[in-house]
Design a protein around this ligand. Structure first.
Ligand code: NAP
Ligand code: HSE
Length: 432
């Protein structure tokens, strides 16, 4: 093997960083054979030099400052696995690009906020910036979109991209436990990000969706335009009622280019229980890609964790070692267009749940509100369950397809009727 080794500078020695160390050490021969050259780590950086990290780091130089690591002469590729959308991750990535290094990152937050500027800087400098690990962990979805489906016009990108939310929702469903109890369980299992709202608020999954949308539609990353709703308001009642009707509730991301502009939403949705998305359990991720020639493909796998995420980081490293140089978002960053943000308008059936005063005419008033908003009822049930107040009735309505704006209009008409007890719930039923 005559080519010089590819030398990595690794910033971050947490879950993902140590996973990268383990793969580089365990698969040195395999990686060299596949890359046509050796891949080695020359220097590393983390906050605490004394921490026991369950890996032999003795052969690597230690840098306290990741920015210094990024510009070392003995580093060809800067691997950023520290996290955070500003601060050292951004500064060190910029320094690496300025020093002419290639960059591999697992940091979806960084790219959702600064992806356009960083990709432009890298491509202007003749460097490569890759991020397979940032979306859906071990699933090679960036490669699938950028390379495998390069001959397709992408119609829709959809998926469950946050394993923690999927764990919480599937555990609520299987164990019959309320949200708060399962959230606490997830915290104790170490599934939640340091700021749990990144997970349960849908932000982390929204970051990922915005990155996929940029590749799929040739648009600048526009995370701020993602319509976000987390899972904090999904109740065990809704999980049970959805189950009775043959549905599961998922935090589902959908991005599609419409005649009005780019629609991006990450919201709880009902999906058929027997669909691939409906059957997705625990922390697993699933991404559904629809192209005009290929039709629909479904990618399923581990969305997080040491091995899966480091596997994706190494896929990017090996591409660089092989000499494969692709624009970050599939086309040159300078050619990405600024999308017009379109709020979700595609009609869908909706699941509505509300508690009404159980008195004559209450249900008729609700039906009138729906009719006045142009919404037709497909199914309706009134429930009396042990523990419900005798004077209340829980009403479940499934509508025919309705525009989101019409649902919002109907919901705004409910309160003035005076028959509602508490707030009504509306969840979109997604055709998948
Ligand atoms: P982590 O376990 O918290 O590790 C972060 C590492 O970065 C630690 O080693 C930490 O040092 C180091 N670090 C933080 N701030 C630093 C600074 N200012 N200077 C130098 N080092 C610093 O995080 P992780 O789970 O590995 O995640 C890393 C990145 O991968 C994030 O962007 C995350 O979103 C992304 N990602 C993670 C997963 C996953 O499953 N974990 C999946 C996909 C993507 P100390 O160890 O000394 O504290
Ligand atoms: N918090 C993320 C998740 C980690 O639960 O999917 C992987 O990005």
């Amino acid at each position: 093997m005559s080519a010089a080794p590819l030398r990595l500078g690794l910033a971050g020695l947490g879950t993902v960083g140590i996973g990268v160390v383990k793969i580089v050490q365990a698969h040195a021969d395999l990686i060299a054979a596949r890359s046509g050259r050796a891949v080695s780590i020359t220097a590393v950086s983390a906050r605490d030099p004394k921490k026991n990290r369950d890996a032999d780091l003795s052969a690597y130089a230690w840098e306290t400052d990741p920015v210094a690591l990024a510009s070392r002469n003995d580093v060809d590729v800067f691997v950023e696995v520290m996290g955070g959308h500003d601060g050292p991750a951004k500064a060190a990535t910029e320094a690496a690009i300025a020093a002419g290094k290639d960059v591999v990152t697992a940091n979806k937050a960084l790219l959702a906020h600064h992806g356009q500027a960083l990709a432009l800087a890298a491509e202007t400098a003749g460097s490569t910036l890759r991020f397979e690990a940032a979306v859906a962990g071990g699933i090679p979805v960036i490669k699938a979109l950028t390379e495998g489906l390069a001959g397709n016009r992408i119609k829709r990108v959809m998926g469950v991209m946050n394993g923690t939310c999927n764990y919480i929702l599937t555990r609520m469903q299987s164990a019959g436990l309320p949200y708060d109890a399962v959230f606490e369980e997830a915290r104790q299992l170490g599934y939640l990000e340091a700021d749990p709202n990144l997970d349960v608020g849908g932000i982390d999954a929204g970051h990922k969706l915005s990155l996929l949308a940029a590749i799929a539609f040739g648009t600048r990353v526009s995370f701020d335009a993602v319509e976000l709703e987390g899972i904090g308001n999904v109740s065990i009642d809704d999980i049970r009622l959805a189950d009775d009707m043959g549905y599961r509730i998922k935090l589902l991301g959908v991005a599609q280019m419409t005649g009005r502009g780019l629609e991006q939403r990450m919201t709880p949705c009902l999906v058929p229980a027997d669909s691939p998305l409906g059957q997705l359990q625990g922390g697993t991720n699933m991404v559904v890609l629809e192209g005009d020639s290929v039709g629909q493909i479904v990618l399923r796998g581990p969305g997080a964790g040491m091995g899966p995420t480091a596997s994706a980081v190494m896929a990017d490293v090996i591409d660089i070692a092989r000499g494969l140089r692709l624009p970050t978002f599939g086309i040159p960053a300078a050619d990405l267009v600024q999308p017009t943000a379109a709020s979700a308008a595609t009609p869908a059936p909706y699941y509505l749940r509300m508690t009404l005063l159980d008195k004559p005419g209450a249900l008729a008033k609700i039906a009138t509100c729906l009719g006045e908003a142009g919404i037709s009822i497909d199914q309706m049930r009134q429930l009396h369950r042990p523990g419900d107040r005798a004077e209340d009735a829980v009403v479940l309505i499934v509508t025919h397809k309705a525009a989101p704006a019409d649902i919002a209009e109907a919901m705004s008409r409910f309160a003035p009727t005076g028959v509602l007890v508490g707030a009504p719930v509306a969840i979109r039923i997604e055709e998948v």
